[in-house]
Design a protein around this ligand. Structure first.
Ligand SMILES: [Zn+2]
Length: 119
């Protein structure tokens, strides 16, 4: 099964030549393309008990990288499960433009009421 990294490695250069990317997009594409490859170097983990060693390539840790964020996403989902109510309901998570953060913070009751549809 092809991964996003495979697509970026095989077609990223052509894509970047054809389309202009923002700096953030370019950094994300580069990070994902190089994640857990020799490009980012590696490290050696050694078991303190038995001395067994494991050599791994370093992760990019980019927030857009599916390899790096899969574990974080699974941890987040598991953590959210502890907050679930014992009744049937929908739990919706979404983001808003960060330009609205201050307004949302200062008007939480009104805006959350609007978002809930019970205004
Ligand atoms: Zn990564």
């Amino acid at each position: 099964m092809a991964e996003l990294q495979d697509i970026f490695q095989n077609y990223g250069k052509n894509y970047r030549e054809k389309y202009k990317l923002t700096l953030v997009q370019h950094k994300a594409m580069s990070a994902i393309k190089n994640c857990r490859t020799a490009q980012l170097g590696g490290h050696k983990d050694v078991c303190e008990s038995c001395g067994n060693t494991k050599i791994s390539y370093n992760s990019c840790r980019n927030r857009h990288c599916p390899k790096c964020q899969t574990l974080a996403k699974e941890r987040w989902i598991e953590n959210q499960k502890t907050n679930l109510l014992n009744i049937g309901y929908f739990h919706v998570v979404f983001t808003i433009p960060d330009t609205l953060n201050l307004m949302m913070y200062q008007n939480q009751k009104e805006l959350y009421t609007l978002l809930s549809g019970y205004a």
